[in-house]
Design a protein around this ligand. Structure first.
Ligand code: AMP
Length: 249
């Protein structure tokens, strides 16, 4: 079974981002970029499926500027077999990514698309669901455990009330949550080997997809600044302040 793993290049999770003065977006000039953490987890899970003999080939795919090749090389160094870059300078929104992935699925015929539950830059949490909808495939989102047997995936899902376990027929789209696994670091020899692994470059045009944005960003705002706290001298003073000043009791 071939597993397709979409990996997005995003601002590194350690970077403290700032909203631009004109509120048109966030300023990422010169920021460190990395693979979306949830996509690292999806890549790791695909590798474990291959190590267990369930998957035969892992194809990593990224969409965006040429620099996404770095992200794909990371996936290859972790253990993906080959990579596809859909190169475009267009602003890609979840629907466009889902349409591009659908076109890649048509070419690659994977038995499973394993992807992040959300990209930490736009926090959309839409692409997996849209892709499953466009393909007419079953979906299992927020996976914290995945078992594959008899042409189906049994997936434990993290939901508000606890863990829900569902079975979906393959081919399917599965999006992964934080607790699924702990991704491995690529070793130096594997980083060197990854440089020689195949990486194909396509464009939205060759895939017959119009990636034009459908949503317009109106404004991006910083969260309100938190006010400084005060130290109280006693429990009595705390209770009094909660009653008179905060009005919460
Ligand atoms: P989102 O719906 O934007 O929160 O993204 C969910 C998942 O879709 C990510 O974790 C990736 O697996 C995939 N994805 C989104 N955008 C891209 C992209 N530009 N290239 C590759 N994968 C992407």
């Amino acid at each position: 079974m071939r597993v397709l793993v979409p990996v997005k290049r995003v601002v590194d999770y350690n970077v403290k981002i700032r909203v631009k003065a004109d509120q048109s977006g966030v300023d990422i000039t010169g920021a460190k970029m990395s693979m979306n953490p949830f996509d690292e987890i999806a890549t790791e899970e695909a590798i474990r499926l291959k190590e267990r003999g369930v998957a035969s080939e892992i194809v990593a795919v990224s969409m965006g500027e040429a620099k996404c090749q770095e992200t794909l090389r990371t996936a290859l160094a972790m253990g993906a077999d080959r990579a596809i870059l859909v190169e475009t300078s267009a602003e890609l929104q979840p629907l466009a990514v889902a349409k591009l992935l659908k076109a890649i699925v048509a070419r690659e015929q994977p038995g499973l698309v394993l992807m992040g539950k959300q990209a930490i830059d736009d926090d959309s949490n839409q692409t997996a669901q849209m892709l499953a909808g466009l393909l007419g495939w079953p979906q299992a989102t927020f996976a914290s455990r995945i078992e594959i047997a008899d042409g189906a995936a049994t997936v434990a899902r993290e939901v508000d009330e606890g863990i829900e376990t569902i079975r979906v027929r393959l081919p399917a789209v599965v999006s992964v949550d934080l607790r699924l696994n702990e991704p491995r670091y690529a070793s130096l020899p594997n980083i060197m080997k990854a440089k020689k692994k195949p990486l194909d470059v396509l464009t939205p045009e060759t895939l017959g997809v119009d990636p034009a944005p459908r949503l317009e960003y109106l404004r991006v705002e910083e969260p309100p600044k938190r006010k400084a706290g005060v130290k109280v001298g006693s429990v009595q003073e705390l209770v009094a302040k909660l009653k008179s000043e905060a009005g919460v009791i």
